[in-house]
Ligand binder design. Structure first.
Ligand SMILES: C[S@@+](CC[C@H](N)C(=O)[O-])C[C@H]1O[C@@H](n2cnc3c(N)ncnc32)[C@H](O)[C@@H]1O
Length: 243
């Protein structure tokens, strides 16, 4: 039992306690069970009608789980409003929920390029981009994201905000390419960095879990960036390029 004030400890008692300091933080991130999750949605998520429509249409496809969660979309939107990036890149559009979360938040003098390899998904996303009146400033590009990013890099393109949410096998390559095109103080957001929690559990060692672990380890060792892995949705890593 600890005394109320550390001053009441002898020097030796304090030294002994500090030597055995348990590194695990006392105040940790709250666990989000179903009740807490519903409360979080009710108390904080203001979903735009276009985003609601995208979510409804996407729910008709069995791959709907690929879509970012509404609270993740809202966080991306808030980040864009706070950072006010002029040039935005997205990797992995799917039916456009994250694209529109970001696109509808950008300022009038900003523009966005969104990459996707499947025409079927891009057709759906483009319908909503048009509905939102963003076609002139939000370009979607069909094709392999890595090939497209390499061309953008060779062309000397720079971006202030990049959102990465495509195949996990190439996440590290997307991160490195995005970082090389990132302006100073620019931000990269990467989805799925907790990968359903599997990254933390030894019993999961499939390819995708390994890719996500590799990416997280790489970012953790990268002295050129600041990072925060936020336990929202499936885990969202926010990265800022230093200097
Ligand atoms: C997880 S989903 C993106 C979800 C989206 N951000 C949203 O909120 O709805 C991943 C997307 O990346 C696309 N994708 C996968 N590999 C790709 C590649 N090599 N190049 C471009 N897009 C790719 C998939 O077709 C899929 O639509």
């Amino acid at each position: 039992m600890l005394p109320e004030l550390p001053e009441n400890l002898s020097v030796q008692e304090k030294a002994d306690l500090l030597e055995n300091f348990n590194q695990e933080p006392v105040n940790r991130t709250v666990s989000v069970d179903d009740d807490v999750y519903r409360y979080l949605l009710k108390a904080s998520v203001k979903e735009h009608s276009i985003l609601k429509d995208i979510r409804a249409e996407t729910s008709l496809y069995h791959m709907a789980r690929m879509q970012i969660s509404p609270e993740t979309g809202q966080l991306l939107s808030l980040l864009v409003k706070m950072q006010n990036p002029k040039r935005i890149l997205e990797v992995g559009v799917f039916t456009g929920y994250s694209t529109l979360s970001i696109g509808m938040a950008m300022s009038e003098n900003a523009s966005m390029l969104a990459l996707e390899k499947k025409p079927m998904w891009l057709d759906i996303a483009n319908t909503y981009i048009e509905k939102a009146g963003l076609s002139a400033r939000l370009e979607t590009r069909l094709g392999d994201a890595k090939v497209n990013m390499e061309s953008l890099m060779q062309a000397g393109e720079m971006f202030d905000f990049v959102f990465i949410d495509a195949d996990k096998a190439n996440q590290l390559a997307y991160y490195q390419l995005a970082k090389s095109m990132l302006s100073t103080n620019g931000c990269i957001a990467i989805d799925n960095t907790l990968w359903w929690g599997n990254v933390a559990k030894d019993e999961f060692d499939d390819k995708n879990t390994q890719y996500v672990r590799q990416l997280n380890d790489f970012i953790m060792q990268d002295d050129e960036v600041d990072v925060s892995l936020i336990p929202i949705g499936d885990g969202l890593s926010l990265i800022r390029k230093i200097g």
